[in-house]
Design a protein around this ligand. Sequence first.
Ligand SMILES: NC(=O)c1ccc[n+]([C@@H]2O[C@H](COP(=O)([O-])OP(=O)(O)OC[C@H]3O[C@@H](n4cnc5c(N)ncnc54)[C@H](O)[C@@H]3O)[C@@H](O)[C@H]2O)c1
Ligand SMILES: [Zn+2]
Ligand SMILES: [Zn+2]
Length: 394
Amino acid sequence: MLAMNYRGPYRVRAQQKPEPEIEHPYDAIVRVTRSCICGSDLHLYHGLVPDTRVGMTFGHEFTGVVEEVGSGVKNLRPGDHVLVPFNIFCGSCFFCQRELYSNCHNTNPEATAVGGIFGYGHITGGYDGGQAEYVRVPFADIGPTVIPPDLDVDDAVLLTDAYPTGYQAAEMGEIEQGDTVVVFGAGPVGLFAAKSAWLLGAGRVIVVDHIDYRLEFAHKFAQCETVNFKDVDDMAIHIKKMTDWLGADVCIDAVGAEAAGSFAHRLTGVKLKLQGGSAIVLHWCINSVRKGGVVSIVGVYGPTFNAIPIGNAVNKGLTLRMNQASVKRHLPRLIEHIQAGRIKPSEVITHRVPLEEVSDAYHLFSSKLDNCIKTVLVPPRAAIDTPTRIAVPA
Ligand SMILES: NC(=O)c1ccc[n+]([C@@H]2O[C@H](COP(=O)([O-])OP(=O)(O)OC[C@H]3O[C@@H](n4cnc5c(N)ncnc54)[C@H](O)[C@@H]3O)[C@@H](O)[C@H]2O)c1
Ligand SMILES: [Zn+2]
Ligand SMILES: [Zn+2]
């Protein structure tokens, strides 16, 4: 059969390759009717994804007609026209039971973060993809969905990745009625995120890119405002100017590892590969969102090699909640816990040091001497018991 064949960075060919066969009773062989190229394929094409092997066929966004099914497949029949989600998942493991299909535990022996993906190299299981005439679809009862008769196949193929990914980006933004949502990236994923943001209640949607034709398309397709980042000195200040100096309620990263816009990030992340890609969009998201806002990331970052493994965090679907503590909010409940005797916070105090001996106290605490856990400094005029003096070990 004819199939896309990876020969190394920036080199792909259409070549003859043996047709896939049923390898397992739950497999199906699907004759591809549509397959797309995704922004994620570009990371492979550019040689940025480790363990992308020569000879691999890419393609994780495809539809096709079922040609043959394994003996264990019950829900599909030859002739069914299906759309196949880009994730390969078993449907029954701990993660699949929680609908974390992209994190299936049974379909990718190479990783603990992401599950199997069609045509995405050996870090996602080494499955050949759908940029070919035929593709083997594992767990055929679980992943594929028969395309409803009234659904255009061109719409169906976008349901295998780009549209759901954009939708999930907006969903993870926890958009509230009237929110201002900034979407970085006017590729298909960003476009669907922008469109979905309106459906989820946004009051204002702003799409950022540096390619004019894409921004024009975004403006028409998603009825959004647009910003060309080449016209902007400082993204965070620009977004703040646009939002009464508050910042956006939600920022979405639909760009990922190959983001343009910062020489330093391109150099360290893309050229020298010292971090898992250019992190400039993460940087912009964090600085452009308002205090207490939400940053939603669907852009792909390299795994493992980052100084901070943000790619692993994305692949694992982590929720990172963060803030400085809003102390007062917690006080009524925590005082109640103390009064009820459920906790005695002062049990962690190991040292009471007169303020005059603050320098010893720092040394003690910093060097973790004398079993120090928490030091209380007592000023001379404190109207409490005279503190016991401490002997600081040398
Ligand atoms: N998490 C998932 O499940 C999932 C699924 C599909 C795609 N993705 C990832 O989403 C990202 C987008 O995918 P796509 O298919 O839309 O890709 P794409 O390459 O078509 O679009 C990316 C866009 O980002 C723009 N861009 C570059 N630097 C930018 C910057 N600093 N600020 C704003 N825009 C910038 C580019 O000009 C381009 O228009 C990719 O990283 C892809 O790997 C993730
Ligand atoms: Zn994709
Ligand atoms: Zn599973």
